[in-house]
Design a protein around this ligand. Structure first.
Ligand SMILES: [Zn+2]
Length: 444
């Protein structure tokens, strides 16, 4: 095997722990993780990153790229640049907010065509489960989608209607027939309808309109359906920590359920959100500090499997100061790693924990066996981080299309100094290379 690159650091995070190492790369694949002072093979280039930490490239399984159709919101070019700058080397695109949504094989083909030449990192696709596309689910699965997203309450766009409990059962039965995965926006529509709905700029009113009970009930129903149908399900963007005990109990019982949370739930709190600041609006909402503490406990004990961005941007005009009508979605592709690292460290966690939550965990969720770890046989995808360097978030330095962010002005620890995709440096201190990302299919 011809080694063409050796990446050397005093701190390489491997599945066995962090150690000084030289990573030998051949043809875009990790050939071996060698001792730090291993001889560099003839013909290979040595890149020594000193004391910067080498992490496996991050995997973000929850990104709304919105391309084609709502490209004024985002697009594959800008989203994948932002991701690369943030140390992410693989993203999975959500099936909604683009036009068309990814709900038929033909629509998937359209999406792939658009993404192909613009992807700076590897890109895969989730399919969508709608009330009327049960017949499309198996063909989509056979075409390589990683699983299917559904809503249980209105999605915010009319072309992506939610499933009621009966429709959920029908789709879940179909999907479990080919051992597929259903990923679920879990808020119960009846609890949402019963909650007080007030317009205006008060964050407390918005928070009251998306109560924890809506999440808790939807998750409880989902657990029951997954148990009954022996289906694989995944809870998207968990905000309500009240649901953690029932999720933990379901896991202990053998129900095939996994859970993600997001940087905004883990690093921002309702108490700090100014009235009218709808860059903080997302559904489910950012909750109180005590809720956040419990979510970190859920990460620590393994109830929560992974942290992904739920990057869901829009144009500035849709972020009106009225929480009720403003577009819901937080843009954080480029900032997830430093945001989480800053808070994780404060709470006594290590970068190894962060890797488990932001690379290994999402890769496992998506069945991406070549991603998510630095070990022989995997893709040579790396994020190189200066963990003690700090920076203040300046929206002008973000790569995503509409530079709106809930993190503006925050001082964060952890600067991504370079990002590597299959052995090629795609980000070098903020400078991005031409796109070389590939389109991924499930199990490749
Ligand atoms: Zn989302």
């Amino acid at each position: 095997m011809d080694v063409n690159l050796v990446l050397r650091s005093t701190r390489v995070i491997t599945p066995e722990g962090t150690r000084p190492a030289s990573i030998a790369v051949s043809g875009g694949t990790i050939a071996a993780v060698l001792p730090y002072d291993a001889e560099v093979p003839h013909g290979a280039r040595l890149e020594d990153v000193g004391d910067d930490v080498v992490l496996p490239g991050l995997v973000d399984t929850h990104v709304h790229v919105n391309d084609p159709g709502r490209t004024e919101w985002e697009g594959f070019w800008t989203a994948t640049r932002a991701a690369a700058a943030g140390g992410i080397t693989t993203l999975l695109d959500m099936p909604l907010n683009s036009l068309p949504p990814t709900t038929t094989v033909e629509n998937l083909r359209v999406k792939r065509e658009v993404a192909r030449s613009k992807a700076h990192i590897d890109v895969g696709f989730w399919g969508g489960a709608l009330p009327d596309n049960v017949k499309d689910l198996r063909p989509l699965h056979d075409s390589g989608v990683f699983g299917f997203k559904c809503f249980l309450s209105p999605s915010g766009v009319e072309e992506f209607p939610e499933l009621d409990q009966e429709q959920l059962a029908t789709s879940l039965a179909e999907i479990s027939g080919f051992d597929g995965l259903m990923i679920v926006h879990a808020e119960d529509p009846h609890h949402l309808a019963a909650a007080p709905q007030r317009t205006g700029g008060a964050y407390a009113d918005f928070l009251a309109s998306r109560p924890r009970d809506a999440e808790n009930t939807a998750i409880e129903n989902l657990v029951n359906q997954a148990r009954r149908l022996n289906a694989r399900v995944h809870v998207l963007h968990l905000s309500s920590s009240d649901a953690l005990p029932l999720i933990a109990a379901a896991k202990a019982e053998g129900v095939k359920i996994t859970v993600e949370s997001c940087p905004h739930f883990l690093t921002l709190t309702a108490e700090e959100i100014p009235d009218g600041a709808t860059e903080f609006k997302c559904c489910p909402p950012i909750r109180e500090a005590a809720n956040q503490d419990a979510l970190w406990q859920g990460l620590a004990d393994g109830t929560i499997d992974c942290i992904v961005s739920d990057h869901s941007p829009s144009t500035a005009d849709l972020k009106t100061p009225d929480f009720a009508s403003a577009w819901g979605g937080i843009s954080s592709l480029q900032l997830g790693l430093p945001a989480i690292w800053t808070e994780a460290r404060r709470r006594g966690h290590t970068l190894e924990d962060v890797v488990r939550w932001m690379s290994e965990g999402p890769a496992r969720l998506a069945g991406l066996t070549r991603k998510g770890a630095i070990e022989a046989g995997r893709d040579a995808d790396f994020a190189v981080l200066a963990p003690d360097a700090t920076f203040t978030v300046d929206p002008a330095e973000l790569q995503h299309r509409n530079r709106i962010t809930a993190y503006a002005g925050k001082t964060l620890s952890g600067v991504v100094t370079s990002t590597w995709l299959r052995g090629e440096r795609i980000v070098d201190r903020g400078t991005l290379a031409e796109p070389t990302g590939r389109l991924l299919e499930r199990n490749n």
